[in-house]
Design a protein around this ligand. Structure first.
Ligand code: G1P
Ligand code: ZN
Length: 542
């Protein structure tokens, strides 16, 4: 087998965002496109003699990309690649394998919750030896490398058979094809009380898991149905498909509407859940009771000690800045650390590595803990199941008790998608310029207490991240936050995060959009969303 050195030229725009390099699939399939980026990864992290993990969420081009990456790893001198059977690995399972095998990192092929298919999205992301997404300094170095690259190395070889578990050789490199589920399922068994959950299912507890034709299907069937005894067929859309069966595998009430309809319907099971394309996101729903991700984090933090893996309590809870402050109230009550980080899971890495935070969460349907360095959809679902098995109460009752004790942070996120980038930028610039004049102003009957552009200093390594979102805070602890998405592939996506606190015991049962109406009006008024973007109503409300 010969190693080819292929002459190439820098390709514009290979700039990884919040979650790696994400582009339309035809772009990724373009001449030298994948190869250029992968060579840049290897040039930055070094491949010689190293061991990597490789897998993806099974979307269109996942299989072909895996073969290219394997041949390039071999040509760049890697010693060994651990790859999921069929080139499949959920993102949290990949994170676990990176850590378990003490590897030098891993390459994950996914565009997360974005649709997959020949005309949809594809992505490649590098995770570090700690199992977490590469920090900005590393992705920036990769981007810089893409701008100067003149050649890449690839082995001239046949495809590796990834359909069979076992060891094969590719040039001088070892390829270990592993069962994508086994090690992950074993980790879950160490964290949760499987016998208690099994007893709950045996007692008639019913659940619906919607895997949305994406990667969690095999994981959920093995863990929920085979190991925990949930009824056969509990997991729907359980077969990962290259185009996710045309579904938009984003577990929120808009895209997981089948699950929502069932959970709000007359024959709803006790518990419902969904996960996204690559298995790191989760949505949980009780019978007739939707759980917002911010509330989910708070409830999990308040009850985690009921699961064996967290019986000793939590070191701290971290949330992204736009996530509601519900978890903070739990942290205060427990007397544990609380952290507010910029959007993106990578900001939790240092806190987890340093043992400062045990649980982390984002309003964008991401929850996780220090068991891996990614958010983890099935983990969150299993922690909920463990809590339900111990407390023997409904999701709705647990939520109600939580609000009665801590108060309720009404919360919603409004997304305005595919805005012309220039218009969105102009709106954010104008809002940023207005910030100093805002404190003291009265809007919609609420007084502005403070307004800023969120800046974060990492408490562990001291690194500073500026301009992470504009926040306007009112004296009654209501607030709104505006930021532009870092993961979109079309124009700009404006995210407006809205929050209002009710201490209770009155006013805990309002509809969130009604409870938030003044905050919504204030956000539109101050940011002049319609004047700048022409948009009146959001495309997605979560
Ligand atoms: C979105 C979410 C963010 C999450 C990221 C990756 O990023 O808002 O919380 O970490 O996807 O899953 P955004 O598009 O807002 O930059
Ligand atoms: Zn995801």
């Amino acid at each position: 087998m010969t190693i080819h050195t292929v002459a190439t030229a820098p390709i514009a725009g290979q700039k990884p965002g919040t979650s790696g390099l994400r582009k339309k699939t035809p772009v990724f399939m373009g001449r030298h496109y994948l190869e250029n980026f992968v060579q840049s990864i290897f040039d930055v992290v070094g491949a010689d003699g190293k061991t990597f993990v490789l897998g993806g969420d099974g979307r269109y081009f996942n299989d072909r990309a895996a073969q290219v990456i394997l041949r390039m790893a071999a040509a760049n001198g890697a010693a060994r690649v651990i790859v999921g059977q069929g080139a499949i690995l959920s993102t949290p399972a990949a994170s676990h394998l990176i850590r378990l095998n003490k590897t030098d990192g891993g390459i994950i092929m996914s565009a997360s919750h974005n649709p997959g298919g020949p005309e949809e999205d594809f992505g490649v992301k590098f995770n570090m030896p700690n199992g977490g997404p590469a920090p900005e300094a590393v992705t920036e170095a990769m981007f810089q490398r893409t701008t100067t690259l003149t050649e890449y190395r690839i082995l001239d070889a046949q495809d590796v058979d990834l359909s069979v578990v076992g060891r094969v050789h590719l040039g001088g490199m070892v390829v270990d094809v592993v069962d994508p589920v086994a090690d992950y399922a074993a980790l879950m068994e160490t964290l949760f009380d499987f016998p208690a959950i099994r007893a709950m299912f045996a007692g008639g507890f019913r659940m619906r898991m919607d895997s949305m034709c994406a990667v969690t299907g095999p994981y959920a069937v093995e863990i929920l149905e085979n190991r925990l005894g949930a009824a056969k067929g509990t997991v729907t859309h359980a077969t990962p498909l290259p185009d996710f069966g045309g579904m938009h595998p984003d577990p929120n009430p808009t895209w997981a509407h089948e699950l929502m309809a069932e959970m709000m319907g007359p024959d709803a099971p006790d518990f419902g859940a969904a996960s996204d394309g690559d298995g790191d996101r989760n949505m949980v729903v009780g019978r007739g009771a939707y759980v917002s991700p911010s509330d989910s984090l708070a409830v999990l933090a308040a009850n985690a000690h009921l699961a064996p893996g967290y019986a000793r309590g939590l070191a701290g809870v971290a949330r992204s800045m736009p996530t509601s402050a519900a978890a903070d109230r739990v942290a205060d009550a427990l007397g544990i650390g609380k952290y507010e980080t910029p959007t993106g899971w990578k900001f939790f890495g240092n806190l987890l590595d340093a043992g400062r935070a045990t649980l982390c969460g984002e309003e964008s349907f991401g929850t996780g803990s220090d068991h891996v360095r990614e958010k983890d959809g099935l983990w969150a679902i299993l922690l909920w199941l463990n809590i339900l098995a111990v407390r023997k109460e409904s999701v709705a009752a647990i939520l109600r008790q939580h609000w009665a004790r801590f108060g309720r942070n009404y919360y919603s996120r409004h997304d305005f998608e595919a805005i012309e980038t220039a218009k969105a930028d102009a709106m954010m610039t104008a809002l940023r310029e207005a910030l100093p004049s805002l404190p003291g102003q009265v809007v919609e009957g609420m007084t502005i207490a403070a307004a800023d552009d969120f800046a974060y200093t990492d408490p562990v390594d001291g690194s500073v991240s500026l301009k992470q979102g504009v926040r306007v805070m009112f004296t009654d602890s209501s607030r709104f936050v505006l930021r532009l998405s870092g993961t979109g592939t079309e124009g700009a996506t404006l995210r407006v995060y809205l929050e209002r606190y009710a201490a209770g015991p009155e006013g805990l049962d309002l509809d969130p959009q009604e409870a938030l109406a003044p905050v919504i009006r204030a956000a539109h008024g101050l940011a002049r969303i319609t004047a700048f973007t022409g948009r009146v109503t959001p495309d997605v409300v979560t």
